[in-house]
Design a protein around this ligand. Structure first.
Ligand code: CUA
Length: 180
């Protein structure tokens, strides 16, 4: 075999390798596209921020912690420049708690010190987080998304009490620890 034939052979082998790589990548792209297209969409719940206070889940009377008909515990929170409503969230200890929250104006966020609770609240969307508070006591709940001039002063607190104390605090199915 002369040098020319060897060079042609090597070139052909490389062409095959390159072609195989391109085919593999194209195939992977097609597979991933189809795969994601057949997956259910990410959970996304929208809400009209302009009518929050008028009707629906986030009217003032419905905010705070609720014991649902099926026994589940749901916290409903509203964030606005520059406060959370309610200012003090009462939850039972060692109980599954679902937090549902939204914003009436700009993007806010909060975390609860010493827990895994960390949420982003965007106007127009309902954010949800499921957790269980293991330790009793009071925890700070600061806004952690810069939301304007009053951002640093925007915070609430979470009070975790024993389930019996929580049950006693329920009035009309709702509870919070705002007030004296
Ligand atoms: Cu609300 Cu920062």
């Amino acid at each position: 075999m002369d040098g020319h034939a060897m060079a042609v052979g090597a070139e052909r082998r490389w062409a095959v390798v390159t072609g195989a790589i391109i085919l593999f990548l194209t195939g992977m792209l097609a597979y991933m596209s189809l795969h994601w297209a057949t997956m259910p969409p990410a959970r996304m719940e929208t809400i009209d921020p302009a009518t929050l206070h008028l009707s629906g889940e986030f009217v003032e009377a419905n905010l705070g912690t609720a014991r649902e008909a099926d026994g589940a515990v749901t916290v409903r929170l509203l964030a606005s420049q520059y406060a959370f409503t309610p200012q003090c969230v009462l939850v039972p200890r060692d109980t599954p708690v679902r937090i549902r929250a939204t914003s009436s104006d700009v993007v806010h966020g909060f975390s609860v010190a010493g827990t895994n609770v960390n949420m982003m609240l965007a106007p127009g969307y309902v954010s949800q987080f499921a957790t269980r508070f293991q330790r009793g006591g009071e925890f700070l709940m600061p806004c952690h998304e810069f939301c304007g001039i009053g951002h640093a002063a925007m915070w609430a607190k979470v009070r975790v009490v024993e389930p019996a104390a929580f049950a006693a605090a329920l009035q009309g199915g709702r509870a919070s620890c705002v007030g004296p």
